[in-house]
Structure formats: C-alpha cells, structure tokens
Ligand binder design. Structure first.
Ligand code: HEC
Length: 99
C-alpha cells in the first residue's frame, strides 16, 4: 500500500487520475446532474458538462463552482464555496478531464 501510494505520487500523470474518480463521485453526490447532462444522461436545465474541459480553463471552472453568479448572473446554480478546497480542486480536475 505504502509503495503503491509512493509510486502514484511519483508519477506526475497519475495524480489527475487519482483525483478523477473522486471528482466524478463528488459530482454525483452533489447532484450536479440534477441540472447538467453528462454522457447523455442527467437533466438539461443547464448546459451539458460534456466538453466543459475544453471550453473553460481551470480558473474559470473553479469560479463556476464556487461563485456561479460571477459567470452567469442569473444562474440558479448553487454555490459550492462551502466545500473543502481539496474537494473543489477534485471537481475542477474532474471537469477538466471532460474533453
Ligand atoms: C440547480 C441547478 C444546478 C446545479 C445543481 C448545478 N449547476 Fe452548474 N450551472 C447551472 C446553471 C443554470 C448554469 C449557468 C450556465 C449554464 O446553463 O450552463 C451552470 C453553470 C455551470 C458551469 C459553467 C458553464 C459555463 O460554460 O460557463 C459549470 C462548470 C457547472 N455549472 C458545473 C457544475 C457542477 C460541477 C455542479 C455540481 C457540483 C453543478 N454545476 C451543479 C445549474 C446547476
């Protein structure tokens, strides 16, 4: 276990992968798909999240999650600024992987 973790942290590319599933799990748990579609499922109250990683930078994604109204003043999306920074980062990482 300790060795696997060390290998994981030593390999730059695998960090994103390690966070990826966590971000996807968070997105499910936080109900993002109650408004956004992804991979053809979910609700279409808001723009689908497919490809959002090519449309927005990491900084823009971080703001979209924590302060949605800064990007879309009339958006009904809740702010996720209450999440621990690690979880916000995991979500950004997950959204960035949606290319
Ligand atoms: C109550 C509905 C709702 C929920 C829940 C919600 N969103 Fe949104 N979201 C919106 C709306 C409305 C917008 C405004 C622009 C649009 O239609 O995409 C938006 C915008 C965004 C944007 C910016 C898109 C862009 O092109 O500027 C991102 C990224 C995003 N949401 C991700 C998420 C994530 C991740 C979650 C879960 C943690 C989430 N949203 C939960 C409704 C929601």
């Amino acid at each position: 276990m300790g060795l696997a973790l060390a290998l994981l942290l030593a390999c730059p590319g695998s960090r994103a992968q390690a966070l990826g599933p966590q971000g996807a799990e968070l997105a499910g748990r936080l109900g993002c798909l109650a408004c956004h579609a992804l991979h053809g499922s979910g609700v279409k109250l808001a723009a689908p999240l497919d490809g959002v990683g090519t449309r927005l930078t990491a900084a823009e994604l971080a703001i979209a999650i924590a302060y949605p109204r800064q990007r879309h003043p009339r958006a009904k999306m809740p702010s996720y600024a209450y999440l621990p920074p690690m979880e916000q980062a995991a979500l950004v990482e997950f959204l960035q992987s949606l290319k």
